[in-house]
Design a binder for this molecule. Structure first.
Ligand SMILES: *[C@@H]1O[C@H](CO)[C@@H](O)[C@H](O)[C@H]1NC(C)=O
Ligand SMILES: *[C@@H]1O[C@H](CO)[C@@H](O)[C@H](O)[C@H]1NC(C)=O
Ligand SMILES: *[C@@H]1O[C@H](CO)[C@@H](O)[C@H](O)[C@H]1NC(C)=O
Ligand SMILES: *[C@@H]1O[C@H](CO)[C@@H](O)[C@H](O)[C@H]1NC(C)=O
Ligand SMILES: *[C@@H]1O[C@H](CO)[C@@H](O)[C@H](O)[C@H]1NC(C)=O
Length: 451
């Protein structure tokens, strides 16, 4: 008998059964080894870089597209010389001594929080908004802080200061980071946010920056502090800050911002706005279940989701009553079924021009089923490569979410469904009807047909 893998002698002396097990197990072992090797490649060199497995837990990551931070050192031969000249331009200068970037002071800019929830269509919505040349877009900048906290890691800042786990309040780190990005004051952004190379590429305006940090030569500066303090990194960051400051509208898309934090930002940044993206909770739950992100079980997952939406809605509705032009609610279903009109409204809300070209793009990536140029649309955790009209997402939960969960969502999220004007749905019973019931049903239908 020929067995090329495994221990041959073991195979011979033992029973055929044992041999069979080895045969079956060997591809598995090879697979596990390969997987281990693959994860090893994505080593977390700097604490700021998010590991593969975490990202997979986040269910919002495409492993194939990962570029590890290691590339920074391994590709250091192809050095892009840091662009010079920016440091002479007055107000946007990094203070070389303190390495603190002076805060932005442009009151003509608008800061927008796209506040939403996991599996609620925010990637698509954010991509629509970043199509305006006037926007500076940041995709989930709080994720790296969330992961640092979950791994009990230190939170760092580019001035070299850091807070050990236990010394920081995550909500405060979130707020500072939001404030920092929305005002282009990068000294307030936790430093790991600048290295979230899994997510930063989903914003067009980060492409030059990413090229810059990949090209920069860090030499042997393999410690985080040395990296943050390196001139190359600071030069890249300076350019990024310049891009941020020259943009009319700053937009942060976030699923980790609670209403209370948003409210605090809203009050501290004069021209700030909040765009609250709402999706039918039954559709969100169907999508979460499909993506397998409800680790605590569906019931708790439904309750938690709706609890957050409920709390946020209260805070935002309250703010809206005093500042109606600075708070807006948008429904994912409207974006999916009526993308051009809805996108136009969103553009008008954030104060950017909605051009023919943008309208064409919006149509293409939604109803037009052509995702060219939308990097985030084609990710596995979004639509993947399959072309599907955005309209097909709207009612998919009716067939995709088991009736028990539809019913549970309708009970636990009753007020949300009602307040946002979604229709209640009579979910079919869980169990297959018995033969006699089926007969009865058929007879009833036949009678109806005759009438
Ligand atoms: C921002 O603008 C205000 C008023 O125009 C001015 O008093 C303040 O010094 C400026 N701050 C910075 C950091 O430039
Ligand atoms: C460094 O930046 C952090 C975050 O903005 C700030 O809290 C801290 O006071 C700064 N430290 C120094 C020494 O400037
Ligand atoms: C937006 O439209 C207005 C009015 O048509 C125009 O004045 C302004 O220059 C436009 N802005 C940009 C950035 O194209
Ligand atoms: C939208 O798709 C059409 C047809 O595929 C294409 O001609 C057009 O250039 C696309 N629009 C944008 C803005 O990409
Ligand atoms: C859902 O609720 C409806 C109405 O109460 C009920 O008729 C149906 O059997 C329920 N379905 C499941 C699967 O629990």
């Amino acid at each position: 008998m020929v067995i090329s893998v495994g221990d041959e002698s073991l195979c011979k002396i033992s029973s055929i059964k044992r041999c069979f097990i080895i045969l079956l197990a060997s591809p598995l072992i090879v697979g596990v080894l390969f997987f281990m090797l693959k994860t090893q490649i994505q080593v977390d060199v700097f604490h700021g870089v998010v590991k593969n497995e975490d990202i997979r837990n986040d269910q919002s990551y495409d492993v194939e597209r990962t570029t590890s931070i290691i590339e920074i050192s391994s590709t250091s031969q192809e050095i892009l010389p840091p662009e010079r000249g920016l440091s002479d331009e007055g107000s946007n200068v990094v203070d070389e001594e303190k390495k603190v970037i002076t805060p932005a002071n442009n009151t003509e800019t608008t800061a927008v929080i796209l506040l939403t929830y996991m599996r609620s269509g925010s990637s698509l919505t954010g991509d629509i908004l970043q199509k305006s040349p006037d926007t500076f877009y940041i995709f989930e900048p709080l994720r790296s802080a969330d992961f640092a906290n979950r791994e009990k890691k230190t939170v760092r800042y580019i001035n070299g200061s850091y807070l050990l786990h236990g010394q920081y309040d995550l909500q405060h780190v979130y707020e500072e980071t939001l404030y920092g990005w929305l005002t282009c004051d990068l000294s307030r952004v936790h430093a790991q946010s600048f290295f979230d190379i899994g997510f930063l590429p989903y914003a067009h305006n980060f492409h030059d920056y990413l090229r810059c940090i990949r090209g920069a030569k860090y030499g042997n500066l393999m410690t985080r502090n040395a990296l943050y303090e390196s001139k190359q990194f600071m030069d890249c960051l300076k350019e990024l800050e310049q891009t941020c400051k020259s943009s009319k509208v700053k937009i942060v898309k976030t699923i980790r911002t609670h209403g209370a934090i948003a409210q605090s930002i809203f009050k501290s940044i004069p021209n700030s706005k909040i765009l609250h993206l709402i999706r039918d909770p039954r559709a969100t739950m169907e999508s979460k279940r499909h993506r397998n992100v409800c680790h605590e079980g569906m019931t708790l997952c439904i309750a938690e989701h709706c609890d957050r939406v409920r709390k946020d809605s209260l805070v935002l509705q309250n703010l809206k009553s005093s500042e109606p032009n600075r708070i807006s609610t948008v429904f994912y279903e409207d974006i999916a079924s009526n993308p051009i009109v809805t996108a136009k409204d969103m553009y008008s809300f954030i104060g950017t021009n909605f051009t023919e070209k943008i309208a064409s793009y919006v149509y293409n990536i939604t109803l037009g089923m052509d995702t060219t140029g939308c990097k985030v649309c084609v990710q596995r955790w979004q639509n993947g490569k399959k072309a599907k009209s955005s309209e097909t997402h709207i009612a998919a939960w009716k067939s995709g979410l088991p009736g028990t969960y539809i019913n549970q969502t309708q009970v636990l999220c009753k007020d949300i469904i009602k307040n946002y004007g979604y229709e209640f749905y009579m979910a079919p019973p869980a169990l297959k009807p018995s033969k006699s019931q089926q007969m009865l049903g058929r007879r009833k239908k036949a009678i109806r047909r005759r009438v």
